[in-house]
Design a binder for this molecule. Structure first.
Ligand code: SAH
Length: 213
């Protein structure tokens, strides 16, 4: 397949899987059209990269279904000036989508091999506004806090307190929360630091593993 074929598959993915299910934010739709998802999955799975489901990326982990990436990105309501923290770098795909929409993405991965691979991939694709760190997402990234937006792409049993602390007043956090099936939770922190929490819909993410401390 050549570049145009991949572009056509991606345009179709956005139309049929994402717009049709109600994602409307034009910047988010454009980012989903732009990021070459097939370059974020293992080579033998490239031809399946634009199908309507998650795919394995090694180490027992998965890259999320395209619709879930788009829906969570829209839910995060990213702004061009935002500094964003992502927990669970995985392939780096969600980080790449966010990188097209915000100022800088800080992303933490606990599996060293995945983090290093994602870092190399993002660099080779020219993403200069993503920083990958190997570490435990439960602790967040205190040196770079506070963040305008925080997105978790692995599911903790409860929202980690350190991440709430590292959210700016006026900021928003989106996370799958729970064990087994999870709920997508959106937490807004207002200017005074008060929290408002709502749940969207049930999702299935890999669990966020407790770090070695
Ligand atoms: N956002 C990724 C998919 C995430 S899969 C993508 O776009 O490809 C979830 C990832 O979270 C896995 O790579 C897993 O290793 C990582 N993870 C699990 N527990 C973690 C923790 N405590 N801290 C940081 N990363 C964690």
């Amino acid at each position: 397949m050549n570049g145009q074929d991949w572009d056509a598959l991606r345009a179709q993915m956005v139309r049929l899987q994402i717009e049709r299910r109600g994602v409307r934010n034009p910047a988010v739709l454009q980012a989903m059209r732009d990021v070459p998802r097939h370059l974020f999955v293992p080579e033998p799975l490239r031809r399946s990269a634009y199908e309507d489901h998650p795919l394995p990326i090694g180490h027992g982990q998965t890259i999320s279904q395209p619709y879930i990436v788009a829906a969570m990105t829209e839910m995060l309501d990213p702004k061009p000036t935002d500094r964003v923290l992502e927990i669970g770098t995985g392939s780096g795909y969600q980080a790449a989508v966010l990188a097209r929409l915000v100022k800088h993405v800080y992303t933490i991965e606990i599996v060293e091999a995945l983090g290093k691979e994602a870092q190399a991939r993002l660099a080779s694709l020219g993403y200069r506004n993503v920083t990958v760190r190997i570490g435990d997402g439960y602790l967040g990234w205190p040196e770079e806090a506070p963040f305008d937006r925080i997105m978790l792409t692995a599911a903790p049993p409860d929202v980690p307190p350190a991440l709430i602390e590292q959210l700016k007043p006026g900021g928003r956090l989106v996370a799958p929360v729970g064990t087994g099936w999870q709920e997508l939770v959106v937490i807004d922190k207002d200017a005074r630091g008060n929290l408002r929490r709502r749940t969207e819909f049930p999702v299935m993410f890999v669990p966020m593993v407790p770090g070695r401390r």
